[in-house]
Design a protein around this ligand. Structure first.
Ligand code: FAD
Length: 317
């Protein structure tokens, strides 16, 4: 079912989960092991992230190095199909601009349509590991708004090959990313929201946010979005912060603030279990506050700690 249809039908807050494909070589069982218990809470959607190829240098037998492209986490589309089959849940693949030509994107969309996928999350992607800034594919998209436009074009039955007349229409509901604390490259929050607005005007149907650990950021963001004319559902993205490395890694990579209290509690925790407990309690408090405000969805980011998410959900529902 499309996200928009599900939200229109549902009277209570929906649960949505997000997983990463396992690193190459690992089995899909690692995903099932994480998801099996969480299915008790009947998530409406499971998002599956997409990870672009990386350029790495490999030493050849003659001692020279050769540049090769590797994908550490392939399998997004296959995992979506497997989840839909196993759990009868709507899987939402992430589609990125980075590394994709428009033609490759069109072919990926055709595959997803044939699989019965109803929703996609359209993203630009980050700079490749060997690049300082995002560099689009020479025949691809520079920003996510262009990807949204391409999906809408295909939803209208228009293909890149002009000789395809009366082409079959896809029917994707399109999600895009939003940043309550602004995207790292955006000069200010208003400019970032105006870029978000463009994605919506071009046809995106809903927004999933970057994680945040202070709900005020989310509430302010939703208010500012509404003031600037962004009127689609805005799903809060939530993640438990459960280890000391994340205290500096999360702000650096995701441009989000770690509140002082949470920072101090994790910093002073003595054991892994204590960190999990602190992260779970913080997340639980965030969720309770969001539920009081009747948010449409609670979207839980990454399942690196499925047990923490499980414990939080168990106390909420
Ligand atoms: P855009 O909307 O293109 O915005 C990127 C930057 O450019 C912003 O600063 C924006 O303000 C600015 N901008 C936008 N449009 C224009 C324009 N027309 N002109 C000038 N400036 C513009 N990454 C992955 O690689 N794989 C994933 O699976 C993945 N999943 C994600 C899921 C969520 C919910 C979120 C929030 C992020 C995810 N990301 C993922 C990360 C995302 O790809 C990065 O944050 C990326 O840097 C920006 O993507 P975007 O779609 O927000 O880009």
């Amino acid at each position: 079912m499309k996200v928009t249809e599900k939200l229109a039908k549902s009277e209570k807050t929906i649960i949505s989960l997000e997983i990463l494909p396992p690193t190459k070589g690992k089995s899909i069982e690692s995903i099932y092991n994480n998801l099996d218990a969480l299915m008790e809470f009947k998530p409406a959607f499971v998002n599956v992230t997409y990870h672009r190829a990386e350029q790495v240098y490999k030493k050849r037998p003659d001692g020279n190095f050769e540049r090769v492209e590797i994908r550490k986490r392939p399998g997004t589309v296959g995992i979506c199909a497997a989840l839909m089959n196993k759990y009868n849940v709507d899987a939402i693949p992430h589609l990125i601009c980075g590394g994709f030509s428009k033609e490759e994107t069109e072919n990926a969309l055709i595959d997803l349509h044939f699989l019965g996928v109803k929703n996609v999350l359209a993203l630009r992607g980050d700079a490749a590991a060997n690049e300082k800034f995002f560099v689009p594919h020479p025949h691809g998209h520079k920003y996510a708004d262009e990807l949204v436009q391409q999906i809408v074009t295909l939803n209208n039955g228009q293909y890149m090959e002009e000789d395809i007349i009366d082409g079959g229409k896809t029917d994707f509901c399109i999600g895009v990313a939003g940043y309550p604390e602004k995207h790292s490259e955006a000069p200010n929050l208003k400019t970032d929201i105006l870029h978000l607005k463009r994605k919506i005007e071009l046809g995106a149907n809903y927004v999933t946010t970057q994680m945040f650990f202070n709900n005020e950021h989310y509430f302010n963001y939703v208010n500012k979005c509404r003031e600037l004319g962004v009127n689609v559902p805005i799903m809060p993205g939530l993640k438990p912060l459960t280890n000391k490395n994340q205290l500096t890694m999360i702000p650096r990579i995701f441009n989000v603030e770690v509140p002082e209290d949470l920072y101090n509690e994790i910093l002073n925790a003595k054991t892994v279990e204590a960190c999990d407990q602190i992260g779970a309690e913080w997340l639980l408090a965030q969720c309770r506050d969001l539920l009081k405000q009747n948010v449409p969805v609670l979207h839980f980011y990454t399942l690196s700690k499925p047990n923490v998410i499980y414990n939080v959900l168990k106390q909420l529902f």
